[in-house]
Ligand binder design. Sequence first.
Ligand code: BV8
Ligand code: ZN
Length: 250
Amino acid sequence: MSSCFSDGLLIRLASAHTVVAFTGAGMSAESGVPTFRGNDGIWKNFKPEELADLNAFLRNPALVWEWYLARKKIISEVQPNPGHYDLAEIENRFPSFAVVTQNIDNLHRRAGSTRVHELHGNIERNYCMKCGALHSNAEIFAHAVVPKCRTCGGLVRPDVVWFGEPLPMDEWDGAVRVMESADVVLSVGTSGVVYPASELPVRARRAGAYLVEINTDTTELTDRMDEVVRAPCSGALVELADNLKAGRIA
Ligand code: BV8
Ligand code: ZN
């Protein structure tokens, strides 16, 4: 029997129709992607608002692009970790399964997850602020530090949600729908600091979901949880996938 999940959770999973994994930067930490607020955090030299912010970008596009180019480079060199692959694997073990992620690193899709709601955008996409033309990372890397649009010469930005910007409506609506219909929500590797994303597990619980936190540390959401698994993401998710594959969750 599993060592880190309660029998109560395994019994709930056995009869669950809809299961959702709500993920944050801790999910990708084991791939080598720095988190935001940990001591390896990428915010350590700046406050989030100083970089992931439209006004900061318009004031100093070169500084913000320098930070995103460094992150794009890190993300282009890492691989999904066992936790990503296990979430992709357990997708077919339930009638309805989805990943709702705050991460912009595309690692869930690269690991094979197909139902992914990206609340904060995707660092592999870029668009022109004037005409909307999409620009690939290959084009961005080939450019000078501040990429301009090939079509109209406008300023190109990463397709991510900055602080003070609304989340993409379709991604948000899809995430709310699946969270509010969930029987079990796994909150994996997120500090629960960023709104409105961190409201989603609370809304799910209000709608009847059983909430499980998988995290190495306590978070802003710990007190709202039905169950806490104080373990690294991949370790816990490997156990969950093994239980499912071995039929220990009938
Ligand atoms: C909006 C994309 C309105 C860009 C990101 C004051 C109070 C409350 C809220 C606010 C406030 N002032 C402003 C706000 C709102 C603001 C906000 O929440 N600010 C925070 C800082 C307080 N939110 C916004 O501005 C949002 N927009 O509200 O718009 C609006 C509405 C209509 C019209 C106009 C406007 C937009 C927020 C989106 C910001 N963009 N990312 C980029 O990445 O460059 S947020 C960024 O933080 C990432 O997406 C990241 O995923 C996200 C959340 O952080 P986490 O993922 O949780 O990462 P973190 O490092 O914090 O935690 C990692 C966790 O993993 C830790 O718990 C650690 O213990 C754990 N861990 C580490 N390793 C492991 C592990 N666990 C398990 N295993 C391991 N191995
Ligand atoms: Zn353009």
